[in-house]
Ligand binder design. Structure first.
Ligand SMILES: NC(=O)c1ccc[n+]([C@@H]2O[C@H](COP(=O)([O-])OP(=O)(O)OC[C@H]3O[C@@H](n4cnc5c(N)ncnc54)[C@H](O)[C@@H]3O)[C@@H](O)[C@H]2O)c1
Length: 315
């Protein structure tokens, strides 16, 4: 690995993955890219719209990229608002990366998939081969992405791998456009306002993971020996599974007078279509996955960091 390209690098995951990669691989050039032309970010950055194959090719050629973390996507709620664009970015963009990857014989392409590949027909605690039956455009694009990854691996021997990520909880970049955003928004609003209205019911239980565990998982999978992998882009990881009410109770234990309300909107039906727990046996056995953060450790860290940031802003 000499040069890594991260697409969608300004998003929730990319803004933490890029600095982690730069610290971990001191001799590797890590090029951040996103659709925005001129962001205020450190290190090499290129504006790349992944739906434009020429732009993808230009950046890979310019930096002699050998590894791609392909994060550019529209997430579930954003995808339901603009299904056409979600298809173009999530499927067309990935297709461009895979085609350029094949042409330039890249060593490795890592693409996060999502629990959104599952659907109402999926039984709870699914494993990698359990039926995928998405009812959202986002989920449909992620099924296609997983299948494209497997196809390019089988047909062109391109090393494509990925994880079906659950909802990600983080304090550095606030998420936008996802169905699990409430699990981050609740912390911000609790610390800043002392109240939060969830857009899901209090009994909504979804699988989640703390950001540092998600980043560790992506890197561990990227570094795994190909001969140890039984799947391409389908690996489940399991870390946390809590209801909105359980999250509120844990936040209340640390922030007095947190007023949580529940007013479900159209995102409830997306949440209801996803499993609440996942079977991650394969990730544990193939590349040594295990989560460091349980619910209490995650809540402690979120509250601590957001309080520190608020105090910093006030002083
Ligand atoms: N955050 C989560 O909870 C979560 C859960 C499961 C899977 N994932 C997957 O992880 C990946 C990254 O997710 P994220 O949470 O960082 O998403 P995000 O929405 O925070 O970031 C996505 C980034 O992609 C960029 N983008 C959109 N269209 C683009 C285009 N045409 N060209 C280039 N960039 C474009 C956006 O500007 C944004 O910065 C996605 O594939 C997503 O499906 C995320």
């Amino acid at each position: 690995m000499d040069t890594i390209l991260v697409t969608g690098a300004l998003g929730q995951i990319g803004s933490e993955l890029v600095p982690t990669l730069r610290t971990r691989y001191e001799d590797v050039e890590v090029v951040a890219s996103d659709i925005e032309p001129d962001p205020d970010v450190p290190g090499p950055y290129e504006a790349v719209d992944v739906t434009d194959r020429a732009q993808v090719e230009a950046v890979i050629e310019k930096y002699d990229v050998d590894t791609v973390f392909h994060l550019a996507a529209l997430l579930s709620a954003a995808g339901e608002q603009n299904p056409d664009r979600a298809f173009n970015v999530n499927v067309g963009g990935l297709h461009n990366v895979l085609e350029v990857g094949r042409e330039y014989e890249l060593d490795r392409i890592v693409i996060p998939s999502s629990i959104a590949v599952y659907g109402p027909a999926t039984p709870d605690n699914p494993s990698e081969r359990t039926i995928r039956s998405p009812t959202t455009m986002y989920g449909i694009t992620k099924v296609l992405a997983e299948n494209l990854g497997a196809y390019y691996h089988e047909k062109y021997d391109l090393d494509v791998r990925g994880i079906r990520l659950p909802g990600i909880v983080s304090h550095k970049t606030r998420p936008n456009g996802g169905t699990t955003d409430y699990a981050v928004d609740a912390f911000y609003e609790a610390v800043w306002e002392g109240e939060y209205t969830y857009f899901v019911r209090e009994d909504t239980r979804l699988p989640m993971v703390y950001m540092s565990d998600a980043i560790d998982a992506l890197i561990a999978l990227a570094e795994a020996d190909e001969s140890d992998l039984q799947y391409q882009c389908e690996y489940n990881i399991s870390a946390l599974s809590f209801t909105a009410k359980e999250l509120s109770e844990r936040i209340e234990e640390r922030i007095n007078e947190f007023d949580a309300r529940y007013d479900p909107d159209e995102r409830q039906s997306i949440a209801d279509s996803w499993p609440s727990t996942l079977d991650d046996t394969a990730a544990r056995s193939d590349w040594g996955w295990s989560a460091e953060y349980d619910l209490d450790k995650m809540v402690d860290e979120m509250v601590h960091n957001l309080r520190q940031r608020t105090e910093g802003a006030l002083s």
